[in-house]
Design a protein around this ligand. Structure first.
Ligand code: BG6
Length: 490
């Protein structure tokens, strides 16, 4: 029989999460190549409502411009917050908060600048040695994503991205290189960040440019298939170098609820939620679920596979399931009749009248996190890890280096309370890394002013500022949360 668990497990991994392309900067240092994310522009003159346009629909012209050294525009993700040169200071701040773990990603382009080289770039590898050594010095466990929206741009330009099967080999070479190099330093890996988002932004997830594409649905699912195979092969390879290492998948999990009890809304919700769960279904169970036959038929998708693929997927499923959770969304079969959602809602969801909304239109639903944890655990019976959760907000730096981010504390507190509820429900969740533990560039809007951190970075949307690091009120709060293992949330 199971024993009721009323507290966080004693070795629960508390920490924060970041991605190389959003914080490292130094994009022209140490032989780094250009990544897909280095192409995103921030321009104060573009109206705010268009800031996410490039995230959803990258154009050929913009990619060409980004590679043209004679064109000068501001590319925030090349700048990041210069973690590359500040990593010691930043990690020591994480340690001061008591982080048990730090979720980060490797810039593939530091190690294989173009992606198709045979030999890795030693300077890039050495940088991550220094980062891991620094984490180790502070007793912080690294949790490392191999690919977080930062594939080499060259693989998009020359090979057409993940639609091309050759990219599997390039990725596996990259993965094998880092598994071997860091076998004594890293015990937790994630293969692809938010793999289900290939549906929403094929450029940054797959290196596929949607503009003018003759059959984008085919490209998305073909690219995803190649990522599944690559992820399984990486999982196999990882154990060769470190048999105790754990490899996880990572999906963006937006809990969907029916807008009403109309049976059409209920079915629409099930169908919509499956379009995300499809990805973790394949990676966690090791095979394509039966519903995909109908899904592909309706999308006119015919996958090209190799005879060995089925075996590879079955033999090397992931060890754990991780996910980002920011919001939930309501689903109607007839959305055109209702008020639409705003912001970065990826599901075509509509506003849930019971929930508050962030300044970026994301609907805040802490109880949805408990539901999500239960759903995922019921479905997979594998350990879960909450890889991202947090509130993007504008913070005000007051005189005396004070930032009173009570709104962030209350968002995080409400969510952590619900994780505890899920633990009481019997869910096996072994860690929580809140997103953007230090302020950095927003993935979708490229703003600096959309801040998630416990640590404020003095930099504006155009990259101006001293880059000074300043502790927010939430810094001190999270330190207490970790010290009390989630018991003290006030
Ligand atoms: C997740 C991504 O989707 O959301 C992160 O994995 C991203 O890279 C985070 O930063 C928050 O989104 P945004 O657009 O507010 O930065």
């Amino acid at each position: 029989m199971f024993k009721l668990q009323t507290t966080f497990p004693k070795d629960f991994l508390w920490g924060g999460a970041t991605a190389a392309n959003q914080l490292e900067g130094a994009s022209d240092v140490g032989g780094k190549g250009l990544s897909l994310s280095d192409v995103y522009v921030f321009d104060e003159n573009i109206p705010k409502e268009h800031w996410t346009d490039q995230w959803h629909m990258m154009t050929h012209k913009q990619v060409e411009e980004a590679m043209d050294p004679t064109i000068s525009r501001y590319y925030p993700k090349r700048n990041g917050i210069d973690f590359y040169h500040h990593y010691k200071e930043d990690i020591s701040l994480f340690a001061e908060m008591g982080f048990k773990c730090y979720r980060m990603s490797l810039a593939w382009t530091r190690i294989f600048p173009n992606g198709d080289e045979v030999e890795p770039n030693e300077e890039g590898l050495a940088f991550y040695d220094r980062v891991f050594d620094e984490l180790n010095k502070h007793g912080i466990e690294p949790i490392v994503s191999l690919s977080h929206y930062e594939m080499p741009l060259h693989l998009c330009k020359k090979y057409g991205g993940w639609v091309n099967r050759k990219v599997i080999d390039f990725y596996v070479r990259f993965a094998t290189t880092v598994f071997e190099r860091y076998k004594d330093k890293v015990n937790y890996w994630m293969t692809f960040n938010e793999i289900n988002c290939v549906k929403h932004h094929p450029y940054v997830s797959l290196g596929v440019i949607e503009e003018g594409h003759p059959h984008i649905e085919q490209a998305k699912y073909q690219g995803a298939h190649h990522q599944f195979v690559a992820s399984a092969l990486a999982t196999k390879e990882c154990k060769v170098w470190n048999p105790d290492a754990k490899v996880g998948c990572m999906i963006s999990y937006q809990l969907l609820v029916p807008y009403s009890c109309n049976p059409d809304d209920i079915q629409a919700t099930v169908d919509n939620q499956r379009t995300s769960l499809f990805f973790s279904d394949v990676q966690a169970r090791g095979y394509y679920p039966a519903y995909t036959a109908r899904m592909f038929e309706e999308k006119n998708v015919v996958l090209e596979t190799q005879p060995e693929d089925e075996h590879i997927l079955r033999e090397y499923p992931v060890d754990f399931v991780s996910f980002s959770y920011y919001m939930s969304s309501a689903i109607s079969a007839y959305p055109e009749k209702l008020e639409g959602a705003v912001g970065n809602l990826l599901t075509g969801g509509i506003k849930n009248p019971y929930l508050p909304t962030s300044d970026w239109g994301w609907q805040i639903d802490p109880k949805g996190l408990r539901t999500a944890l239960n759903q995922l655990y019921d479905r997979y019976q594998k350990p879960l890890f909450i890889a991202e959760n947090g509130l993007g907000a504008v913070d005000k730096l007051e005189e005396g280096d004070i930032i009173q981010d009570d709104y962030r504390i209350s968002y995080l507190r409400d969510h952590i309370e619900q994780i505890k509820e899920a633990i009481k429900d019997g869910v096996d969740v072994f860690g929580y890394t809140s997103w953007g533990c230090i302020d950095m560039i927003s993935a979708s809007t490229n703003q600096m002013s959309k801040r998630y951190g416990y640590i404020y970075v003095d930099q504006d949307d155009m990259g101006r500022g001293t880059k000074r690091r300043i502790k927010k009120k939430s810094f001190h709060w999270y330190k207490k949360v970790i010290a009390s293992n989630g018991e003290s949330l006030d």
